[in-house]
Design a protein. Structure first.
Length: 134
């Protein structure tokens, strides 16, 4: 009867579950970038500028990941995500038409949402969301 808890048990200690993937996006990536599974290379990630992409891997959880280097990708729990547009608390997190950034949807296509926004926020910022495994 196991139990899995993420974080350190405090109001601000929501540490997400992460995996290690290698950056194959063609540029260095930073904290909050939303990334997809690289369709061409095993165990790698890349970015997309396709809205509602269904191959989202998660969110970069490192200050910086150079090209060809592995880094932590948040896949479940609370993480800050770069936003391309204003977002609304409680609505769905999806990829946007701005590479490596997320946007909001009230009714995303099946498989396109990676979670829900925990905060409302303006464009071009980092906003908290809860990531839900697809």
């Amino acid at each position: 009867d196991g139990e899995l808890a993420l974080g350190n048990g405090t109001e601000t200690g929501n540490t997400p579950l992460t995996i290690w993937l290698k950056n194959n996006s063609g540029a260095a990536r930073s904290y909050g970038d939303i990334v997809i599974i690289d369709p061409a290379t095993d165990n790698n990630f890349t970015c997309t500028a396709v809205s509602s992409h269904t191959a989202v891997a998660g969110v970069v959880y490192e200050p910086f990941i150079n090209i060809g280097v592995a880094g932590r990708i948040a896949i479940h729990g609370v993480a800050k995500i770069k936003t391309a547009t204003p977002v609304v608390r409680g609505q769905f997190v999806i990829t946007s038409t701005t590479s490596c950034q997320a946007t909001v949807s009230t009714a995303p296509p099946t498989g396109a949402s990676i979670g829900k926004w925990l905060q409302s926020g303006g464009a071009a910022g980092l906003t908290d969301a809860v990531l839900l495994s697809n």
